[in-house]
Design a binder for this molecule. Structure first.
Ligand code: SAM
Length: 239
């Protein structure tokens, strides 16, 4: 998978995408992340990328022209089709289901806003979808893009050392994950639910499912309300 990011801070994107699982995915050639700076495509002595808005008011707006030139350079570098996703607090909220959809694509182009955002005429012409990482406002889209890259990158085949572990994560089957306990450490087996020490794999699986159901019921009843629970799940919840 290839992810191109249009940002005034390409170093942030390159650096964060070089760490941990995403860094490993790049080393394993499962993913490449490229940062593109609209300032490199701005004209004039000051290479301006922003201007004051029509109608007055506080704040600056990102100019359409450097963004357009930058996007053209991204497309020229690799003409394969790719959706253009704008990081925006006004966008559709990112979910694990959306992450799975994005992770299955060969390519993405992410746009990071700064200031009050992007000139709306550029958005209307070039943006396929706006994505939000939550109902709060960041000063720029880079952290949001890093969130998308991390969530999507770890789902590339071969990125995680245990591929099935992603399938057990929260939200994958509609529930929150169960609690986990390390084998080694100063606490030994203290506080560890005895079933996890039993070696009885069926009982462990039942316990984990019950914990997931219980946690979801306590912490995110909205998720549970959307699920079609099996008879076995209902019995575990009631037990
Ligand atoms: N004036 C905009 C508004 O109220 O909708 C907020 C602009 S914000 C200060 C600057 C940039 O940060 C946005 O263009 C967007 O790229 C990014 N951003 C801020 N909050 C975000 C969020 N919750 N999710 C995704 N991107 C966000």
């Amino acid at each position: 998978m290839r992810i191109d990011v249009v940002t005034l801070f390409p170093d942030f994107i390159r650096d964060s995408a070089g760490l941990g699982v995403v860094g490993r995915a790049q080393e394993r050639a499962l993913l490449t992340v490229h940062g593109w700076n609209p300032r490199d495509h701005a004209t004039g002595n000051y290479r301006r990328v922003d201007d004051r808005p029509f109608g007055g008011g506080p704040g600056m707006v990102m100019l359409a022209e450097p963004l357009e030139a930058c996007l053209a350079a991204v497309r020229a570098a690799d003409p394969a089709p790719a959706p253009v996703l704008l990081m925006s607090p006004q966008g559709r909220r990112l979910t694990q289901a959306k992450v799975r959809d994005l992770a299955a694509l060969p390519r993405l182009i992410l746009l990071c806003g700064r200031y009050e955002g992007l000139d709306e005429r550029f958005v209307a012409r070039h943006v396929d979808e706006e994505l939000s990482i939550g109902d709060y406002v960041l000063s720029g889209g880079e952290l949001a893009a890093a969130v998308v890259i991390d969530a999507v990158g770890r789902l590339q085949d071969g990125a995680l050392n245990h591929a099935e572990s992603a399938r057990q994560d929260s939200f994958e089957d509609g529930l929150l994950d169960c609690p986990h306990y390390t084998r080694s450490g100063a606490c030994g087996t203290e506080g560890v639910p005895p079933v996890l020490l039993s070696g009885d794999h069926a009982a462990i699986a039942r316990w984990r499912r019950k914990q997931s159901l219980g946690r979801t019921w306590q912490r995110r009843p909205d998720l549970l309300a959307r699920m079609a629970l099996t008879k076995a799940d209902r019995a575990l919840l009631a037990a």
